[in-house]
Design a protein around this ligand. Sequence first.
Ligand SMILES: C[S@@+](CC[C@H](N)C(=O)[O-])C[C@H]1O[C@@H](n2cnc3c(N)ncnc32)[C@H](O)[C@@H]1O
Length: 338
Amino acid sequence: MSTIDLATVQQQATAFQTAKLVLTGAEIGLFTALADGPATAAQLCDRLELHPRGTGLFLDALVALGLLEQSGGKYGNGPVANQFLSANGENFLGGFLSWADQVMYPAWGQLGALLRTGKPPLAAESGHEMFDGLWDDPVRVALLTKMTESISRPLIPTLVKAFDWESHRSVVDLGGCRGDTLALVAQEYPHLDAIVFDLPAVRPQFDEHMAELGPDAARLRFHGGDFFADDIPAADLLMLNHALVDWTEDQRRELLARTFPAVNPGGALLICDSVIVEGEPSYFRNLVRGINMQLMTPGGGGHRLSQLTEWLHDAGYGKVEHRPLSTDMSLVIANKPA
Ligand SMILES: C[S@@+](CC[C@H](N)C(=O)[O-])C[C@H]1O[C@@H](n2cnc3c(N)ncnc32)[C@H](O)[C@@H]1O
């Protein structure tokens, strides 16, 4: 007997409307404008060049969602909007919000095509995928790096605590991009010899970001290479953070197999991903993220923990451990016997 009623089905069928309220609020700069202090609808129309027709209902809908607060005829940011949706917020999700609005939202219009053909037209047209020619295109680079960093940053405090970093001496972050995650891990564990491995074209972005992060992060080294073609530097720990799901299953298996010889005996491969784990609170959302990756790339997609474990054992790893992190992410630890 189904527990779903009509109102729930209606909400499910129109959830895109709620998404657009939030994304459009971010796109027009509403939450950033309100970070300066509350304002009336008329003042917001003036400041953000909005037409009054839609604005009143729109602002009230954001109040009803709990993102804005209303008092004395003025609208202000609630604490969540201030922290995550305002450009001045401590954990601003700007890169993720722009990516969701500009890339994911149109891609989800192609879900039917994905189901019928196995290939979403946009990703199929673009050839291999998100990274082809990416680093020659500064606009796409900025959008993608900000998106991944705004997803990765909130999980770093849990990542730092979820693993015994003290017992290992060296770490290589494969597809570590500008070094944002590794810099914050290495800041907590300064004894680690820390290397970011990414495509050679990423080096200027890495150098620039290290300069921005300051002297604590400057100890990271950059190793340019292609993890499918070039030798992977040996280390006690290798990491793959959000760098596996966009490849085909054969490529994922190949990449995991390529990591094994580079992990020192007694070390481990650490994978941070939105892994699909039945029974976890993240289960539904990570199925959706898997479909999202199928829409973004011709061959990528989410992986189930059982699949990933099998691939890791095939690659040569011993015990595989799973630890849920924050924001629906998992840390999967594949141990290499000593
Ligand atoms: C989705 S981003 C993840 C970035 C970062 N690990 C994070 O979690 O924020 C994937 C990264 O893999 C890198 N990458 C893609 N193909 C690669 C290859 N063949 N060899 C090395 N790095 C690659 C990209 O340049 C990009 O920095």
